[in-house]
Ligand binder design. Structure first.
Ligand code: GLC
Length: 449
């Protein structure tokens, strides 16, 4: 009897503890929503690896000795770097936040850290804290700053190397406690000296595939929330969020897709979603990778992400001289011209009540549904296989609105009303002519029947 009362008590305590971690304050909910509203961010992969112009994995991929690699720092001098110009360009592109690689897997810190001399201020002739300039420019221009931080480290000898084959691994120097203390000291600096940080974006945890490896995330996450309660936490562990994580990340794919192979079993969480994607094929600067997606293709991906209720974090790998690659600048301007007119159909919206269709996607703000007819270009012609001409009639598409009614549809731009009619469990909407832009946007007013 006594024993069962005790186990019932233990059960109650466990239940209460679990409930406590699940309870989300109104403030947290508001911050997550603000993050979702921002929709479009710029990812920056910048470090001493940029000098070798072969992506951020170059140290690992070319099996570069750690001491030899470290000598790169002595030549890092991004003399043309202007945080103000970068941020202004991102803003003009319609981006609302920047995620900066504070320390990537190569272990080099891009700020004035006291936790290791292997940093931009102490180890380079440049000698300036680029993160300070970036944070000031972001705060001045009203753009949120998020920080990428790698859990894995190819340089430090105390890091307990996991599955990485080309990494220094010496059991004699491995010391998890010292490495963990180092990371937490760095995170404390990042969250103390650079004003409000929108999110910490972790990466590299997958270096340890073994289940029993304990990253002590709960304690680390609690530290972050203690230092900056408004700072969100995301972790690129290629799975649904765990513990105190606030949003789910998808690498190189939109939620539910798996073309890059990172998102094999990723279930889609109810928390905010963010897809990160390269403009070409490489995160860090690559002098040979010219496989840039076109400006229109990037617009399509951004809009599709929004239609799938996800933020779009578009990557740029700045050059070692501190300038952004010309191709990236060109694309940012292209996206900017689109966002200038249409950002209100993306930022501040959620994925619409109509899931993605063959013709495009929908985003929604209350009773306003933005219908994005996403077109492709083939042999100089605009094509969209989801648009049909029925019995030689006008071009049209089917909007499966199900339980919602439709009271009005207009063409964004000139505001002209479009005819529509009920069909099955939705509506058929007729277009005056074949759309000739990448995203032809219609604004619909919907209600419940
Ligand atoms: C992967 C790569 C890393 C890159 C990240 C961005 O995890 O290891 O280099 O920073 O993806 O999503």
């Amino acid at each position: 009897m006594k024993r069962s009362a005790l186990s019932f008590l233990a059960f109650l305590v466990a239940l209460l503890t679990a409930a406590q971690t699940l309870v989300v304050s109104d403030e947290t909910r508001r911050i997550r929503e603000d993050f979702q509203d921002r929709k479009f961010g710029i990812f920056l992969h910048w470090g001493i690896y940029s000098m070798l112009a072969d992506g951020e994995w170059v140290m690992h991929n070319r099996r570069i000795d750690r001491d030899e690699y470290a000598k790169l720092a002595g030549g890092f001098c991004p003399s043309w770097f202007s945080a103000r110009e970068w941020v202004q360009l991102f803003k003009e592109a319609g981006a609302q936040y920047v995620t900066f690689t504070s320390r990537h897997h190569d272990g080099f810190s891009m700020w004035d850290t006291k936790a290791s001399p292997y940093n931009i201020v102490e180890a380079t002739p440049y000698g300036r804290d680029v993160l300070k300039s970036l944070s000031e420019a972001c705060h001045e221009q009203g753009i949120k700053l998020h920080l990428y931080y790698s859990h894995m480290d190819w340089q430090r000898l105390d890091y307990p190397t996991g599955s990485c084959r080309n990494c220094p691994h010496d059991p004699a120097t491995t010391n998890w406690d010292s490495y963990y203390a180092f990371m937490n000291m760095q995170l404390t600096e990042l969250l103390t000296n650079y004003g409000p940080i929108g999110a910490i974006w972790f990466d590299g945890m997958w270096d340890h595939k073994e289940k029993e490896f304990d990253w002590r995330l709960d304690e680390q996450y609690a530290l972050i929330k203690r230092l900056q309660p408004k700072c969100l936490i995301g972790n690129n562990h290629h799975g649904a969020p765990i513990g105190q994580e606030d949003f789910q990340l998808f690498e190189q794919d939109l939620p539910g897709q798996n073309t890059a192979g990172f998102n094999a079993e990723e279930e889609i969480s109810q928390l905010p979603l963010e897809t990160c994607m390269t403009m070409n094929n490489t995160w860090g600067y690559s002098i040979t990778d010219k496989a840039y997606k076109s400006g229109d293709e990037l617009i399509r991906r951004l809009v599709t992400a929004a239609g799938m209720n996800a933020n779009f974090l578009l990557n740029i790998g700045p050059r070692p001289d501190g300038q952004l690659p010309d191709e990236a600048v060109e694309r940012l301007r292209h996206i900017g011209a689109f966002m200038d007119k249409n950002s209100s159909t993306i930022c501040g919206t959620r994925g619409g009540c109509v899931p993605p269709q063959e013709w495009g996607v929908t985003t929604q703000k209350g009773k306003t549904l933005f219908i994005h007819i996403l077109n492709k270009e083939k042999d100089g012609k605009v094509v969209n296989e989801g648009l049909k001409r029925i019995n030689g009639g006008p071009l049209s598409f089917f909007l499966p609105l199900r339980r919602h009614s439709l009271s009005k549809v207009t063409l964004r731009g000139d505001g002209s009303p479009l005819p529509f009619q009920r069909e099955g469990d939705g509506y058929r909407i007729f277009l005056p002519k074949r759309p000739d832009t990448v995203d032809c946007i219609l604004t619909a007013t919907i209600g419940t029947p």
